[in-house]
Design a binder for this molecule. Structure first.
Ligand code: 5IU
Length: 250
């Protein structure tokens, strides 16, 4: 018999990082492994989406630098209230990719002050182990491989990136289109029930496929939800599909 994946409860038994623990606890409590990607352009759209999909997600992934009318008081404070109201975490998909000192500045300064509100962030590991030291108070999701056609994250890069991710205490998991060691949480974007691509290089797989083949932990869905006629219904649909696919993989 094939070795089965670890359940969220089994991962929670061994997880040490507080952010990994909260993610797993939230997934279990809300029976969801869905992360909605809010790639919208205004604060109103961001907050509307967060309120609608909030009940069905474990985390909301932001690209805060896409927001055209960003303001700490009118964007972040209500977003944090919605995260508390619906019990979801905030994942800023910043994909840091510089030396440690610059990342430290980008993380805490500028207009976005990501360290003030994000529960966890994505980062490249191309700057090496020490470049991740600045993310002391949040979890880091390391970019190991990308979903886009022609990505340069080949097998050799991914193997080296994985070594950095596995050895750094700030790292809770990785973004990848391949299976990774079970002590890291796996986050998989490029998930759609209806589409196989977007004509701009994105490549999609179904929730069933990424749980069966990659034993992923969390699916990340953007346009499949925020571009849907009814984002709340779409989120519920992906929540159910993701949870069923997870259960089937146990
Ligand atoms: N994203 C990917 N693929 C990757 C990485 C990040 O799609 O390999 I790293 C991000 C980009 C976007 C979201 O914010 O995940 C996916 O959005 P769509 O579901 O709309 O394609």
């Amino acid at each position: 018999e094939d070795k089965k994946r670890l359940s969220y409860a089994q991962k929670l038994d061994v997880a040490e990082h507080s952010v990994a623990r909260r993610l797993l606890e939230t997934a279990i409590a809300k029976q969801t492994n869905l992360i909605a990607s809010a790639d919208v352009m205004t604060t109103a759209e961001l907050l509307d989406l967060a309120d609608k999909v909030g009940p069905h997600i474990v985390a909301l992934k932001t690209h805060i630098d896409i927001i055209t009318d960003f303001d700490p008081d009118s964007t972040i404070l209500p977003l944090k209230d919605l995260a508390a109201k619906h019990n979801f975490m905030l994942m800023e998909d910043r994909k840091f990719a510089d030396i440690g000192n610059t990342q430290e500045l980008q993380f805490s300064y500028g207009i976005y002050k990501i360290s003030n509100w994000a529960d966890f962030v994505t980062s490249q590991v191309i700057g090496g182990y020490d470049s991740l030291n600045c993310f002391r108070n949040v979890g880091v999701v390391a970019i190991l491989g990308m979903s886009s056609k022609g990505t340069l994250t080949d097998a050799a890069y991914q193997a080296e990136a994985l070594k950095v991710a596995q050895s750094h205490p700030n790292v809770i998991g990785g973004v990848s289109q391949k299976q990774i060691p079970e002590e890291l949480l796996l986050f998989t974007p490029g998930v759609s029930i209806a589409e196989t691509g977007d004509g701009k290089g994105q490549q999609y797989n179904t929730p069933e496929k990424v749980f069966a083949d990659l034993q992923t932990d969390f699916i990340i869905v953007g346009r499949g939800i925020y571009k849907a006629d009814h984002p709340e219904a779409a989120a519920l649909n992906y929540k159910i599909a993701g949870w069923n696919a997870y259960t089937a993989s146990l």
